[in-house]
Design a binder for this molecule. Sequence first.
Ligand code: HEM
Length: 396
Amino acid sequence: MTSNIAFVDLMSQQHKADPFPYYAQLRAEAPVHKTMIHGIGDVWLITRYDDVVAVLKDRRFAKDPRNAGRRVREPEEWEIKIMSNNLLRYDDPNHRRVRGLTAKALKRCGIEHLAGRIAAVTDELLSAMAGRSEADLLHDFAHPLPLIAISDLMGIPREDHDKMPKWIEQATSPSGPPDMVILSEFLRYLQRLTERRREDPQDDLISALVAAESDGDRLTPDELVATATALIIAGHETAVNLISSGAMTLMQHPDELEKLKQDPGLAASAVEEMLRYSAPVESATERFAVEDAEMHGAHIARGDLLLAVIASANRDAEIFVDPDRFDIARTPNPHVAFGSGAHYCMGAPFAQMQAEIAFRKLFERFPAMTIAAPSDRLPWKQMPILRGLEALPVRF
Ligand code: HEM
C-alpha cells in the first residue's frame, strides 16, 4: 500500500508520550506499514485490532527467525545462549513443550497466597512516602513493588532482593550489549538457586519449575535458568509500566479517579482499562514471516519482521466505543494488552492481582495526590516494545 505517512521515530520522547495519533493515522491510511527502527532495521507495523489478533494467532508468523529463513549466528557465550533461548523465542513443538511445563509449575505453585505479602509490601512502600510533600512514584513505588512481587513468586531469598535491580537492568538493557560480568552474575545465581531447590524444594515457582514433569519430560538445567529469567524479565518492567502509567492516567482523569475512590469494587475493571488505555506493552515481541504474505495490499516477504502494535489495536474504533476515552467501568473491554494466541501472557492473573492491590491502597492512602510536573514534561523510556515512564513526580 502506498501512502504519505511521515516518518516517526518510534523510540523518541515525543512518540512515547503520545503514540496514539500516529497509530490512528496508520489504522486509517496504512494498516500494514513499513518503517524503520534504529538498531532493529525495517519492520512492518500491523495496527488494526483484527490484524493484530490474526498475526499473533497465525503460525505463519514465527518467533524464531530461523523458521523464517533468517540466518542467525549461534552465540558462543553461555549467557547469550540463555538469554536468546526462552519460550518467548520458541515456536512449536518446543514452545508447546516448555510452555506446558511452565504452566504446570505456575498452577502448582499458585499466586493467591502472595496477595497478603503484596498488600504488606504495598503498605510498607506507602508508609515510607508518608510525611513527605513530594515523591517519585516510579522510583519509590511502581518499580520496587513488582520487583519484590516477582522475586517472592520465584522464591528469590529476601536477602538477595537488593541485587535484582542491577541484574534486571543489565538483562533488559535496550541500549547496546549488556555488561557480561553482571549478566553472568545474575544467570549463575539463578542456576545455583535451581540446583539448591532441586536438593531442597520450597513452596516457590523455581521449585515448581524444577519439579514440573510431563510424560517423563522435564526442563533441562539450561531451560530452567532461561525460563526463570524470562519470567522475571517479562514480569517486572511490564508491571512497573502498568502501575506508573496507570497511576498517571488516573490522576489525569480526576472524574474517573473519583469514581474509583467512591467504589473500590471497580478496581478490577479499572485495571483492565489502564491496561488498554496506557499501553504498558506497546507492541508484541517480533514475529517473522515464514512465507510471503499479502495484507491490505502490502507484500510481506519471507523473513520480514513484523510488530503487532497492541497500543494501536486497543484504540481501534471498530472494536471499542469511543476508544480514546478513559472509562474505568468499560464493558466489554476485549483488550489485547496481554497479547493473544500461543504466546498469551503467562503472568496476566499475577499482574492483575498486583495492580488491583497497588491502586486500591495507593489512592486510599494518598487521596489528594497529583502529578507534580506538566504532562508533556514527563520523561519516557526510549525503548522498543515496552512503553513506560522514567519518573513520575507527584505531590501529596
Ligand atoms: C502489566 C503486566 C504485563 C503485561 C502488560 C504483559 C504483557 C505480555 C504480552 C503482550 C505478552 C505476549 C508477547 C508476544 O506475543 O510477543 C506476554 C508474554 C509473556 N508474559 Fe506477560 N505481561 C505482564 C506481566 C507478566 C508477569 C507478571 C509475568 C510473570 C509472572 C509475565 C510472564 C510472561 C511470559 C512468560 C510470557 C511469554 C509467554 C509465551 O511466550 O508463551 N508477564 N506478556
